[in-house]
Design a protein around this ligand. Sequence first.
Ligand SMILES: NC(=O)c1ccc[n+]([C@@H]2O[C@H](COP(=O)([O-])OP(=O)(O)OC[C@H]3O[C@@H](n4cnc5c(N)ncnc54)[C@H](O)[C@@H]3O)[C@@H](O)[C@H]2O)c1
Length: 452
Amino acid sequence: MATQASAVSAARSKTAPKNGKTNGKTNGKSRDAGRSAGDVKNLALADKGYLRMEWAALSMPVLQQIKARFEKEKPLAGLRLAACLHVTSETGNLALTLKAGGAHVALCASNPLSTQDDVAAALVDAGIPTFAIKGEDQATYYRHIAAILDTEPQMTMDDGADVVGVLHKDRRELLRNIIGGTEETTTGVVRLRAMAKEGVLAYPIVAVNDALTKHLFDNRYGTGQSTIDGMIRATNRLIAGSVFVIAGYGWCGRGLAMRAKGMGADVVVTEIDPLKALEARLDGFRVMPMSEACVIGDFFCTVTGNTEVIREEHFKRMKDGAIVANSGHFNVELDLETLAKIATARRTIRDFVEEFTLKGGRRVVVLAEGRLVNLAAAEGHPSSVMDMSFANQALSAEYMAKNHKKLEKKVYSVPQEIDESIAGLKLASMGVKIDTLTPSQRKYLASWQEGT
Ligand SMILES: NC(=O)c1ccc[n+]([C@@H]2O[C@H](COP(=O)([O-])OP(=O)(O)OC[C@H]3O[C@@H](n4cnc5c(N)ncnc54)[C@H](O)[C@@H]3O)[C@@H](O)[C@H]2O)c1
């Protein structure tokens, strides 16, 4: 434990500005792109950021083992890597791991509201150019993406495919440098598969989300717990006894439903896929269309990866004070533009809680501007689950560095050996042992002759 914590501290830059004084290139003032040290809210927050990263590292034993190996083997030596991820304490540990592997990492936020400003400051201090400020506007968000691209990356690491999008649309001259990339989330993978299908994807990408050690745990247990956490931190409302409507019963929706039920909610699921709807029903939840659920819900949360899932016709029929959030990748799941148009008044009533008053006086309450509520109003997934997601990221980057010449311009799943090795390491770190096949079991499973 102490080793992991001190490993994070060891990242502290020997030349870092002391007492929060900046080097003139940070503290939210730098606008020079390219090789700038970064653009963060306040470098004086670095000490707090280091402590936050140390705390996360204690629950990330798999990533720490990979980091120790990377330090010796340097599988990413000299590689320029542009990462666009939620800038949290777990991402900080991933960035330090990639750096330990020899990569020159530049990092920006994959969502305007998900940055932990203290972590961003610590990363700049640790020598990782970081461009991320919590609450940055849309223009700054895209300027930060441009800044990491100005480092002329050879590899991209995305969460939502925004970097890939900008590269393919606006910065095509940089594509020639790129050997490959990785993608973290469902929505990004959906976009990349669409690009590959149209034949426009310019380089191979590993879909980290496809790994079982990613979506089975991160999307389910991570999003499940942290979404409830974000909704509670924002509102301090009681979940028990409430009607909790969840749109989407995919990996995230299943996790959220499980946790909302555990806290005593009456969970209602909306779906468009008959199989998922059936599964939700047999898991014990009420299933109905949003046109019916909108009338009865106290809490709403979308996790579909789709657009306009809750829209005008639903907002207009909600109960007074209904609380609406999104934990899918983009805030388009809620039609907030129309909500703003039909509202007669709006005010921020507490942090991340905005109340819209509709004609007739009923109020709809939107959390965190409809952005991923778990990252905006809480701290995102617990480190222990990101340990596996980011072990997949680090090992997929290594895989891409080694194998890119053999790969086509397609979306690849994480190789099974990587997935299995991460599961094995995670179990070992938890002190959980499992059985192994006996020779006769192995033979039985490989044969077909034996019957009743
Ligand atoms: N908040 C986070 O930290 C976090 C973590 C992981 C993934 N995500 C994001 O959450 C979203 C969901 O991810 P997932 O892995 O659960 O995806 P998934 O594909 O497993 O599940 C999405 C579900 O939504 C359903 N759906 C689609 N349109 C719908 C609609 N109009 N109404 C109701 N249901 C609808 C689909 O049928 C599917 O079952 C994605 O945008 C993903 O990127 C967020």
